[in-house]
Design a protein around this ligand. Structure first.
Ligand code: ZN
Length: 391
């Protein structure tokens, strides 16, 4: 099986090529300046050919949330993000009861067995439930009532149930019992991220020593400089900037993070240290004006205003409604970054973070043909996964 994409301006790590033909053979990229003939041809019409987007943090889309816990919900959400250029994602669970998280895990295992979309997922991401409900700043839109201290037995049951499919678990580092949780995650080879946490910089540094190595939606629901009574404290933001081994992810919808915060993260962490995520809810990829964050039964109500989801009382953003192509436009059009940098934040950096950059995340010979073609306005034209044209 081969396919030639002609008239494509290829977005490489450090430059964009003149229009060329790219050959895909047996689902991998096999020539970046192909001169021969081929039966199947796709005309990029001078558009940009980019590596497919990799979303490390996404709850749903197209009207479905992964916490709906059915194969159909997984397929709906993935198909919706696929239309917007995401070729690999990590289905993300909300803070919820053990029962609801178990249902999410079971649904994923069933989905993996039978769905055509299974190869577009890289494993499960649990966002919670071991979070701090200390204040609304750190809880964000996560359900306060479901937040709890690390529970050794519950953790064990989830790991066992998921049979190695949990690849990332987010928690608040300042909680009692978190060191033991971290040691268990290390043994299981699970990436640990600090999230929804009110930790001081000292507590964050201890967490990094215990193996936390990533920060979830950096700047959102993580602590920074503040004053408690008569004493000042640094927070997670400062500790993260001081530790070169720690990576961050930022919500790229243009609402959660202003330009200067993204540029600062990029300046300090470098392009490989910053991933851009959607943190999208079920509302992404729809024109819904209200919906649920989390499962339909136990989720929280949210409203949509100004291109972002909010709690109905407007005290907090409630996940984004972004898709990765919107993040691309935010980075390039609103924030003024070159498309090569945007591509690294949307594809290569997340691939490196998850240890799959030998196969994914950039356009190189031998890598999987997970590709996106966008036009001059950065709107999606085509999406290809493993050499197969989906959009
Ligand atoms: Zn999230």
């Amino acid at each position: 099986m081969s396919l030639v994409i002609k008239n494509a301006r290829v977005v490489l790590g450090d430059r964009v090529t003149e229009p060329v033909s790219v050959l895909i053979r047996d689902s991998v990229i096999s020539d970046l300046d192909y001169k021969g003939e081929c039966e199947s041809t796709l005309d990029a019409e001078g558009g940009y050919l980019m590596a497919g987007f990799i979303d490390l943090h996404v709850h749903g889309g197209g009207g479905a949330d992964f916490m709906d816990a059915t194969t159909e919900a997984f397929e709906t959400a993935i198909a919706s993000h696929l239309k917007h250029g995401t070729t690999l994602l990590y289905p993300t669970a909300m803070t919820a009861s053990e029962e609801d998280i178990s249902a999410f895990i079971d649904a994923y295992l069933e989905f993996r067995e039978k769905s055509h979309y299974a190869r577009m997922t890289g494993g499960l991401h649990l966002e919670g439930p071991y979070f701090s409900g200390a204040n609304s700043q750190s809880s964000g839109a996560q359900k306060k009532g479901s937040m709890r201290l690390p529970d050794r037995e519950e953790t064990e049951r989830h790991l066992e149930r998921a049979k190695g499919n949990i690849v990332r678990w987010d928690a608040a580092v300042e909680l009692e019992g978190i060191r033991e949780f971290a040691e268990r995650m290390k043994r299981a080879g699970v990436l640990m991220a600090i999230a929804h946490s009110d930790a001081t910089a000292d507590e964050a540094e201890r967490g990094f020593e215990w193996g936390f190595s990533h920060v979830t939606h950096f700047y959102n629901a993580v602590s920074s400089h503040r004053k408690r009574e008569q004493t000042v404290y640094g927070g997670i933001v400062e500790a993260t900037y001081l530790d070169d081994s720690v990576t961050v992810e930022l919500i790229g919808d243009g609402c959660h993070i202003p330009r200067h915060e993204l540029l600062l993260a990029l300046k300090i962490k470098g392009e490989d240290g910053v991933s851009v995520i959607t943190d999208a809810t079920r509302i992404a990829g729809t024109d819904m004006k209200e919906g649920k964050l989390g499962g339909l039964k136990n989720g929280s109500d949210v409203i949509v205003e100004d291109g972002v989801a909010k709690l109905p009382d407007r005290t907090s953003f409630a996940g984004s409604i972004a898709t990765m192509d919107r993040c691309l436009r935010t980075l390039c059009t609103l924030f003024g970054l070159p498309i090569t940098t945007a591509s690294r934040l949307l594809s290569l950096s997340p691939a490196k973070r998850m240890g799959i950059s030998d196969k994914k995340g950039s356009i190189e010979i031998g890598k999987d043909a997970d590709l996106v073609i966008v036009d001059g306005d950065l709107q999606i034209k085509n999406v290809i996964v493993g050499g197969e044209l989906f959009v």
